[in-house]
Design a protein around this ligand. Sequence first.
Ligand SMILES: Nc1ncnc2c1ncn2[C@@H]1O[C@H](COP(=O)(O)OP(=O)(O)OP(=O)(O)O)[C@@H](O)[C@H]1O
Ligand SMILES: [Mg+2]
Length: 223
Amino acid sequence: MELLPFKQGAEARLYTSSFYGKPCIVKERFSKSYRHPKLDKSLTTQRIKAEVRAMLRCRTFGIPTPTVYFVNLENNSIYMEHMKDAVTLRQYIEDIQLQHPETFIEVLTPLAGVVGKLLAKMHSNNIVHGDLTTSNMLLQEAAENSVLVLIDFGLSYGATLAEDKGVDLYVLERALLSTHPNTECLFETILISYKAEYKNGAADVISKLDEIRLRGRKRTMVG
Ligand SMILES: Nc1ncnc2c1ncn2[C@@H]1O[C@H](COP(=O)(O)OP(=O)(O)OP(=O)(O)O)[C@@H](O)[C@H]1O
Ligand SMILES: [Mg+2]
């Protein structure tokens, strides 16, 4: 089976290939030389298992993630569906900001609504992503409607606590605002949609988010 280099991340190399005739992505985690080899292997295995488990669970709740085709723990690889014609949300937001410098907020508002809804679905099913950034969301532009796909679940875990979900949202807020200038309104839209979808559970998470924001601010004030 031929592997063609596709992308390289901090902890993984990605290849395109095919699995029984289906276009696939092979995500291979590589070892970190600064870690003790045994610890390294167990961390890698843990991340792969977390990633696969979360992808499968998400799909059972109707949250789009790539289909997992195969896992090889010997060489630390996950074989998954290649999301064709997909761009990262990061790329998409950057493009829209360039194309519509005056009105990008209006253009991106419906998409922010979709993000909030999806995260509410994930959190109400007690899945915490652990690394929510605009690089870990793919926008697949199909004929009429576009689909938002969540990826990169290596740091995910099952959690029922509002605190963990609040941290998840905080990580996204920091990532969004630091990668994409002037997107505060979009994060607000994400939260409005999150609340509408999550209903009763949202209030606790949002109040945790407010606490975490305050802690963050205090830390920067102290230095
Ligand atoms: N199934 C997929 N289909 C299409 N593109 C993908 C797919 N999975 C990943 N990608 C692309 O590859 C990039 C890197 O993938 P991913 O985020 O899973 O790895 P990473 O950030 O290196 O992982 P980690 O943070 O676990 O080290 C993504 O941002 C996306 O552009
Ligand atoms: Mg990633």
